[in-house]
Design a protein around this ligand. Structure first.
Ligand SMILES: Nc1ncnc2c1ncn2[C@@H]1O[C@H](COP(=O)(O)OP(=O)(O)OP(=O)(O)O)[C@@H](O)[C@H]1O
Ligand SMILES: [Mg+2]
Length: 262
């Protein structure tokens, strides 16, 4: 069993090239067991590429990814998933015509012949586990609603629930609050904070209000390199980070505000 301080994921000296273009250069990054970390950085900084390397979708040109001490840099995407790493993509992967409950039932089954499985029924233990996830994502009232009728935020929570249903040790959430209202964003932060009781979570996001609500250590990527790691306050007050990322977004917001005022 892993202790609180055990390193779960270790990215070492990772570089990725796409046809000569260096998307990541000598990146080091670690995640401890049952920890949340947030990865931020401007568009094109390499955040999704880092996730792609962890899940085995992209191969590093240099460096390694260690998971529970094992080098997984050359392991297939399927096997990495089986080892307990699961990623939620930005595009929704829910089945709109099925209910919340049915979507979770499918996600929790390793055997993907879901139609047959659903007809054959679900065991008490499986049902209890699904209900646990429904409570976690706060969709108790909507468990039998077709997923198509859920609000945007609810669809995202269902999808997080579907990832959780696979019982991964490590969850990678790439921009989970995209398109959410402020209220939905706050609820998502609450949900993610609950996840660390049983999981390790890496969150990528641009929304600094959300990052603050997560109250987790932050890593800043810039042009494929790790620019700064630390607490939210350390990152927010770092002159380099302000220059390349936060200052720029504040400036952009200011310009947008001016546009609105004009
Ligand atoms: N498969 C690919 N082939 C070529 N270039 C790619 C590929 N994937 C990503 N890139 C490039 O690598 C760089 C990093 O992209 P990545 O998607 O990792 O950035 P990001 O930090 O996730 O950005 P965003 O905030 O916009 O999601 C970008 O310049 C991107 O165009
Ligand atoms: Mg991205």
């Amino acid at each position: 069993m892993f202790e609180q301080t055990t390193t779960l994921l270790e990215v070492k000296n990772l570089s990725v090239s796409f046809d000569g273009f260096k998307a990541l250069t000598n990146v080091d990054f670690t995640l401890k067991e049952k920890e949340i970390k947030v990865l931020i950085g401007p568009n094109g900084a390499g955040k999704s590429t880092l996730c792609d390397c962890v899940i085995g979708k992209v191969r590093p040109s240099e460096g390694n990814v260690f998971y529970k001490g094992k080098d997984i840099s050359r392991v297939t995407e399927y096997k990495i998933n089986q080892l307990g790493i699961c990623r939620k993509f930005q595009a929704p992967g829910i089945l709109e015509r099925l209910s919340v409950f049915e979507n979770l039932a499918i996600a929790s089954r390793v055997n993907r012949s879901w139609h047959k499985n659903l007809k054959l029924g679900i065991s008490k233990a499986e049902r209890d586990r699904i209900e646990e996830v429904i409570a976690l994502i706060g969709l108790e009232e909507k468990r039998h609603m077709e997923a198509a009728y859920l609000a945007h935020g609810e669809k995202q929570w269902l999808e997080i629930g579907m990832v959780v249903s696979q019982n991964p040790d490590l969850l990678l959430l790439d921009e989970p609050t995209a398109g959410m209202t402020a209220q939905e964003t706050a609820k998502t932060a609450e949900l993610i904070r609950k996840l660390v009781a049983d999981h390790t979570v890496l969150v990528i996001d641009h929304d600094m209000t959300f990052v603050e609500l997560l109250a987790a250590p932050v890593s800043v990527l810039h042009q494929g390199q790790m620019l700064k790691e630390g607490s939210i306050d350390e990152v927010r007050n770092d002159p380099e980070v302000i220059k390349v990322y936060l200052g720029r977004s504040q400036e952009q917001e200011g310009q947008e505000q001016e546009g609105l005022d004009a």
